[in-house]
Design a protein around this ligand. Structure first.
Ligand code: FES
Length: 166
């Protein structure tokens, strides 16, 4: 189930070009209320995440203190200040999943991917996170990879599941 990936124009777009596009958005949203969160959302959509130089750029262009931009970007969990993987794996650690082996799944995934929770693999393929209950408790333990839910996950099958994303 490999994704098709970006089109060639997006793939070849330089960071500078992405910044320019974000700069245009800042101009468009400059006078709108609550604009910082909207701008950060769009900047993350374009850039993939919110590195410090991008936050500095937004702060500068918008005329808001860097501490405010940084504060908002780090407060909300949907913003990421580190690069994210092409695929996000989330392991449920709600009660039912935890009791039925959720932690073993986390450990196995850490072994397979060679990263800790909250990190991204070097090849930028996977980001590993944990999440709370998603309502699949009857078929715990559950994980999600992007939008897909995997139920009754056997830690031994994780390698096979992961391979589908390469
Ligand atoms: S506890 Fe994991 S889906 Fe509910």
């Amino acid at each position: 189930m490999s994704s098709q990936g970006p089109c060639s124009c997006c793939q070849n777009e330089t960071d500078q070009q992405k910044m320019e596009r974000i700069g245009q958005i800042i101009e468009d949203y400059r006078h709108k209320e609550g604009n910082l969160i909207q701008i950060l959302h769009m900047a993350q959509g374009i850039y993939g995440y919110l590195p410090m130089e991008l936050m500095e750029f937004i702060s500068d262009r918008l005329g808001k203190p860097l501490s405010e931009v940084h504060g908002v970007a780090t407060f909300y969990s949907f913003f990421s200040t580190k690069p994210r993987g092409e695929n996000t794996i989330r392991v449920c650690l709600g009660t039912a999943c935890y009791v039925r082996g959720g932690r073993k799944i986390v450990e196995r995934l850490q072994d397979i991917l060679g990263i800790e929770v909250g990190e991204t693999t070097q090849d930028q393929k996977f980001t590993l996170e944990v999440m709370r209950c998603i309502g699949a408790c009857g078929l715990a333990p559950a994980i999600t990879i992007n939008d897909r839910v995997y139920k009754q996950v056997n830690p031994e099958k994780l390698q096979t599941i992961i391979e589908k994303y390469y």
